[in-house]
Design a binder for this molecule. Structure first.
Ligand code: SF4
Ligand code: MG
Length: 310
């Protein structure tokens, strides 16, 4: 049973230079209890896709498509009901905890807020529960730390704090945007462990450019390139063999695989290349790739957008 179904999603942003086509015809669903990783280079539309699920995009975006959550179209429900759903049913672990935490409020009161708002827990009890949550995300000395301000936390602790906020009201579905960005190796390892633990009981969408996170935590991986999905596959199969040339290039650009960068750079989303969007950078490009846009093709239970498999 799928918990979330995204169909034919298009998200465009008007800018002075023209329309930025951030998400271009995405179809994707997430099953109950599944952990889906959304990977790709920065600027490929991953975060926009995540934010469009919870309707947290700027007002002037041009949005087309359907997003069904437990059968309900999230773009047809009232703003107020969406606000209730956010936090209560759908939790968000935002990108850059440094800027998502309010510097003038204690961490404890910020974790307590969703509890008071969504679970109608009274103030002092909510702070007690915040303390428990800090303990759950393994912040030492939670009785003291609950009263600290964000600036008294290290980078890794801030990440843990936003994770605590994201899970506070026990949402069914959690979206985590770049949960390991900017963390050093040891801190990252611990955050991955924590995410793994949380993911055991939740449905999750993890947006990341970090393949280590994807490999350790995700059941299935969707690869995004220039606003489109180019490959969707069970994680284990993708780590064994990448089908799409971009996925292969992305994996090979990792230090563990020899740090070979993909030639060229990601295209402008205002005026993306004709045909296959990856063609200017692809080693397998043929004439057809320059003019025809490849559809998503099913290949042994995997999906890939490339003529090599047609
Ligand atoms: Fe490369 Fe062509 Fe496949 Fe695009 S469709 S990834 S250009 S081979
Ligand atoms: Mg992003």
């Amino acid at each position: 049973m799928s918990l979330l179904t995204i169909s034919s999603l298009y998200v465009d942003f008007p800018t002075d230079d023209g329309l930025v086509r951030a998400v271009n015809g995405v179809d994707l669903s997430i099953a109950e209890d599944e952990v889906l990783g959304l990977i790709g280079e920065s600027g490929c539309g991953k975060s926009v896709l995540g934010l469009s699920i919870i309707r947290l995009l700027q007002e002037d975006v041009i949005f087309k498509g359907d997003i069904l959550y437990r059968g309900e179209n999230l773009y047809l429900i009232e703003k107020e009901d969406m606000r209730k759903l956010r936090g209560k049913e759908i939790g968000m672990i935002p990108q850059n905890p440094g800027s998502s935490l309010n510097p003038v409020l204690t961490v404890g009161s910020q974790i307590a807020e969703p509890l008071m708002l969504h679970k109608h827990v009274k103030g002092s009890l909510a702070v007690k529960m915040a303390e428990k949550l800090l303990e759950r995300v393994r912040i030492g000395d939670p009785q003291k730390r609950v009263k600290d301000y964000p600036h008294q936390y290290s980078g890794g602790m801030k990440e843990r704090a936003v994770i605590a906020m994201g899970i506070a009201s026990e949402p069914r579905f959690i979206i985590a945007d770049e949960p390991t960005k900017g963390l050093d190796v040891t801190v990252k390892r611990n955050i991955v462990k924590l995410l793994k633990e949380i993911s055991e009981k939740k449905t999750m969408l993890i947006i990341t450019h970090d393949l280590g996170v994807a490999e350790k935590v995700c059941d299935r991986i969707a690869v995004m390139y220039a606003g489109e999905l180019v490959e969707v596959s069970p994680a284990a199969l993708m780590f064994e063999k990448q089908l799409h040339p971009y996925t292969g290039g992305f994996f090979n650009s990792l230090p563990s695989r020899g740090l070979k960068p993909i030639k060229g750079s990601s295209p402008s989303l205002i005026d993306p290349p004709q045909g296959c969007r990856f063609h200017p950078r692809c080693n397998y490009c043929s004439d057809r790739c320059r003019t025809e846009h490849p559809p998503m093709i099913e290949k042994n239970g995997r999906l890939v957008r490339c003529f090599l498999y047609a």
